[in-house]
Design a protein around this ligand. Structure first.
Ligand SMILES: Nc1nc2c(c(=O)[nH]1)N[C@H]1C(S)=C(S)[C@@H](COP(=O)(O)OP(=O)(O)OC[C@H]3O[C@@H](n4cnc5c(=O)[nH]c(N)nc54)[C@H](O)[C@@H]3O)O[C@H]1N2
Ligand SMILES: Nc1nc2c(c(=O)[nH]1)N[C@H]1C(S)=C(S)[C@@H](COP(=O)(O)OP(=O)(O)OC[C@H]3O[C@@H](n4cnc5c(=O)[nH]c(N)nc54)[C@H](O)[C@@H]3O)O[C@H]1N2
Ligand code: SF4
Ligand SMILES: [Mo]
Length: 592
C-alpha cells in the first residue's frame, strides 16, 4: 500500500503504509517539513461536522439544504452560481471529477489561471506541448539554470538532484536558492523577457546557435531590433552578465527550470516563451522544465465531463473580486481552495457574505478562512482518508492512494452524487461510475485502473508529440515596467518551507504578515489604486531596493484583511493569469 502527497507541490512524494517516504528515484527516501508533519496535522483544526449558519447539522440535512439552495438558483439563473476550486488536493476524484455536477447544472467557474496556466499556454504556443524534461533527464545535466524558481524551498526534491552540480539562479532578490547557487543574476521585476532576448541576441550575433527553433528568421530579425545596451538597461542585468549567460548556455548546456511564479509577473508569458527557446537554440531537445502535467495524456476534460456539459460562464480569477462586488454571483460553492485568501479581491467576498449578498458553501477538511466565513460548511476527508489517483506535474509516476486513516466527513464524489440525486438530475455524467471515469481518463496514459490497483505505483510513458498545432510564432509584446517614484516598491511573493500556500498553520502557526525590504522598517501601509493593507516591514539585505518580498503563506494583513485586496485585475496575455508578482505599491511607514 502506498500514498502520495496530494498537495500542490512539484515533488509529489510517495509514502509507504507507515508514512515513510519511498526510497525510489526521485523521492529518494526523504520528505519535507510538511510531509513529516502530515499525520499530526491530520488531527488538528478539522471540520468534523456540517454547519448551516453556525448551527451543527447532519450530513443528510446539509445535503438537503444545499440541494434546495442550488435548485432554486438553477431555476433563476444557474450562471449566478459560481463554483470555485483549485489544487488543495490534486486527486483525480477530489479535484476533477466533482466538477461534473456544476457543468451539468450550467454554473459559472473561474478560469483556474492563477498558477501555471500562463506558462503552459506560452510554451505550447512555441512547441505545441508544454511537456519538458523528466527527472530521469535532469540527472544527465551537469548544470542548471533556476529561472524565477526558488527550488531549494518550492521543490526540495528537484533541488536535491542538483546539489553537486553547477547552478545559476535568476531572481529579483537573493533567495535561498540564489545564495546556494554558484552564480546569482538579479533582474528587475517583470523584465525577464528582456534578459531572455539579450541571451538570444548574443547567441545569434556571436554565432553560438547550434539548434533549431521554428521561425528562426523571424526571431532573429525581431531580436536584431534591440541593442544589448537597451536590453541590459531595462532588465538591470549587466552586458557582461548577459554575455556570460549566453556563453554558459553554449558551453555548459544547462537544464533550464522555469518557475510558475514568472507567469504571474509582468511580461510573464512572453518571458516564459522566450526562455523556453534558449535551450533549443543551443541544441538541446526538451532542455527545459516547467510543468509536465499536460504531457501524460490523462484526460482531465473527460473527468470534468466537458465532452457532454460545460460551465455557462468563465470568470477570470484576476477579476474575481469585481464580479462579486458587481453582484454577479448569488451562491458560491468552494472546494479544494481557500479563495478568501488566495484570490485577487478576496476582501470583496468577505463583504458580500457578511452583507448577505452571496451565500457561501464550503467543502473543506480544515477550518480555512473561507470555511470560517461560510454560511454552509461541509466536512471533507483529507488525502490520508480516501481512495484516489494521483499524478505529479514533475515525475512520471501515477499513484493509487489508499486511506490510512478513518474518514471524517463526506468525499467530494459522494457529495456530488448525493446532491445530484437530491436535485433529481439523472444526467449520464453523474450516473457514470467514478472509477470507470478514472479508468477512461488514465487509459490514454497507457495505464488501466486494474493494473494501477494491483501495482499501486506505475510509470507513465510521456507523450512528447504536440497536442495542438503550435500557433503562428508569437513574438513578445514588450511592456517596459514603469518608473518607481519615491516610496514606491514592487511586491513579489514566494513559498515558505513550512507551508503550502495557506495550509499547515495548524502545525507551524500563523505567519505574521511581514514584508521584507531593503529600505523600510516598522508598521507600514501598502497602498495602490485597489486599496491598502497593513504589514510589518523588516529590513533584509537580500532584497534589492525597490523590491518587497512577502511569503505567500502570510497573506492576511495585520487587521485580518487579505493582502490580495490589492492584487488582480491585470491579466496575462496567454491565459489571463492575474498579475501578482511585481505589482507597484506605495509604502507609508506608520510606526517604528
Ligand atoms: N498574492 C498572492 N496570491 C496567491 C499567490 C501568490 O504568490 N501571491 N499564489 C497563487 C498560487 S500559485 C496558488 S496555486 C493559489 C493557491 O490557492 P489555494 O488553492 O486556495 O491554496 P491552498 O492553501 O493550498 O488551499 C487549498 C484549500 O484546499 C483545502 N483542501 C486540502 N485538501 C483537500 C481535500 O482533499 N478536499 C477538499 N475539499 N479541500 C481540500 C485546504 O484545506 C485549503 O483550504 O494561491 C494563489 N494566490
Ligand atoms: N514550500 C512550499 N513549496 C511550494 C509551495 C508552497 O507554498 N510552499 N507552493 C507551490 C505552488 S502552489 C507553486 S505555484 C510553486 C511556486 O514555486 P516557484 O514558481 O518556484 O516560486 P515561488 O515560491 O512562488 O517564488 C517566486 C520567486 O520568483 C521571484 N520573482 C518574482 N518576480 C520575479 C520576476 O519578475 N523575475 C524573476 N526572475 N523572479 C521573480 C521571487 O523573488 C521568488 O523567488 O511552488 C509550489 N511549492
Ligand atoms: S509538500 Fe511536496 S515535498 Fe512536501 S511531502 Fe508533499 S510532495 Fe513532498
Ligand atoms: Mo501555485
Amino acid at each position: 500500500m502506498v500514498i502520495a502527497c496530494t498537495r500542490d507541490c512539484y515533488d509529489t512524494c510517495i509514502f509507504d503504509e507507515n508514512y515513510r517516504p519511498l526510497n525510489i528515484f526521485p523521492i529518494n527516501g526523504f520528505t519535507c517539513a510538511r510531509g513529516r508533519a502530515d499525520l499530526i496535522r491530520n488531527e488538528r483544526n478539522r471540520v468534523t461536522s456540517a454547519y448551516i449558519d453556525g448551527k451543527e447539522v447532519s450530513i443528510d440535512e446539509v445535503i438537503k439544504y444545499v440541494a434546495r439552495l442550488l435548485g432554486e438558483a438553477i431555476k433563476k439563473d444557474p450562471a449566478r452560481i459560481l463554483r470555485t476550486d483549485y489544487d488543495g488536493n490534486q486527486g483525480l476524484l477530489t479535484w476533477y471529477f466533482p466538477d461534473r455536477l456544476f457543468n451539468v447544472i450550467g454554473a459559472s467557474q473561474t478560469d483556474r489561471s492563477i498558477c501555471s496556466a500562463e506558462g503552459h499556454a506560452a510554451i505550447r504556443s512555441h512547441y505545441g506541448t508544454s511537456m519538458g524534461a523528466l527527472p530521469e533527464d535532469f540527472v544527465k545535466y551537469k548544470a542548471a539554470v533556476f529561472w524565477a524558481f526558488p527550488a531549494s524551498v518550492s521543490a526540495p526534491h528537484i533541488w536535491a538532484l542538483f546539489i553537486k552540480k553547477f547552478k545559476v539562479a535568476i531572481d529579483v532578490r537573493f533567495s535561498d536558492t540564489a545564495r546556494k547557487s554558484d552564480k546569482a543574476i538579479i533582474v528587475k521585476p517583470g523584465t525577464d523577457v528582456f534578459l531572455a532576448l539579450g541571451i538570444i541576441k548574443v547567441l545569434i550575433d556571436e554565432g553560438l546557435v547550434e539548434g533549431k527553433v521554428r521561425h528562426f528568421e523571424k526571431l532573429a530579425s525581431y531580436v536584431g531590433k534591440f541593442s544589448l545596451d537597451y536590453l541590459s538597461r531595462i532588465s538591470g542585468v549587466s552586458i557582461d552578465d548577459i554575455k556570460w549567460l549566453a556563453e554558459f548556455y553554449h558551453g555548459y548546456k544547462p537544464l533550464t527550470l522555469i518557475g510558475f511564479a514568472l507567469g504571474r509577473s509582468l511580461n510573464g508569458g512572453d518571458a516564459i516563451g522566450m526562455i523556453s527557446l534558449i535551450p533549443a537554440l543551443v541544441g538541446l531537445e526538451r532542455g527545459y522544465y516547467y510543468s509536465n502535467s499536460l504531457g501524460w495524456g490523462i484526460d482531465f476534460d473527460y473527468l470534468r465531463g466537458l465532452h457532454m456539459a460545460k460551465s455557462s460562464r468563465v470568470i477570470p480569477m484576476a477579476d474575481f473580486g469585481d464580479y462579486i462586488e458587481r453582484g454577479e454571483v448569488d451562491i458560491m460553492y468552494a472546494w479544494n481552495e481557500n479563495p478568501v485568501v488566495t484570490l485577487p479581491g478576496g476582501d470583496k467576498l468577505i463583504e458580500a457574505v457578511r452583507e448577505g449578498r452571496v451565500t457561501l458553501i464550503v467543502h473543506d477538511p480544515y477550518w480555512s478562512e473561507t470555511a470560517k466565513l461560510a454560511n454552509v460548511v461541509i466536512p471533507a476527508p483529507t488525502f490520508l482518508e480516501k481512495y484516489d489517483v494521483i499524478y505529479s506535474y514533475w515525475h512520471d509516476y501515477l499513484v493509487y492512494n489508499e486511506p490510512i486513516k478513518s474518514p471524517k466527513g463526506i468525499t467530494e464524489v459522494d457529495l456530488m452524487r448525493r446532491l445530484a440525486k437530491e436535485l433529481e438530475i439523472s444526467h449520464p455524467l453523474l450516473l457514470e461510475d467514478p472509477w470507470k471515469a478514472v479508468d477512461r481518463a488514465i487509459r490514454p496514459a497507457g495505464i488501466t485502473l486494474e493494473e494501477l490497483r494491483e501495482r499501486k505505483v506505475i510509470k507513465i510513458k510521456p507523450k512528447y508529440l504536440p497536442t495542438n498545432e503550435p500557433d503562428a510564432f508569437p513574438l513578445p509584446n514588450l511592456v517596459e515596467p514603469s518608473e518607481l517614484s519615491s516610496y514606491e516598491i514592487r511586491l513579489v511573493f514566494t513559498s515558505h518551507p513550512l507551508y503550502t500556500n495557506t495550509q499547515f498553520r495548524e502545525v507551524y502557526g500563523n505567519l505574521e504578515p511581514v514584508v521584507y525590504t531593503h529600505d523600510y522598517e516598522g508598521i507600514v501601509v501598502l497602498e495602490n489604486e485597489f486599496g491598502s493593507v497593513r504589514a510589518r516591514a523588516v529590513r533584509d539585505d537580500n532584497v534589492p531596493p525597490g523590491v518587497a518580498l512577502i511569503y505567500k503563506s502570510s497573506l492576511i494583513d495585520l487587521d485580518g484583511k487579505p493582502i490580495n485586496s490589492i492584487t488582480g485585475r491585470v491579466k496575462g496575455k496567454y491565459a489571463g493569469t492575474p498579475l501578482l508578482n511585481g505589482i507597484k505599491v506605495r509604502v507609508n511607514v506608520v510606526s517604528k
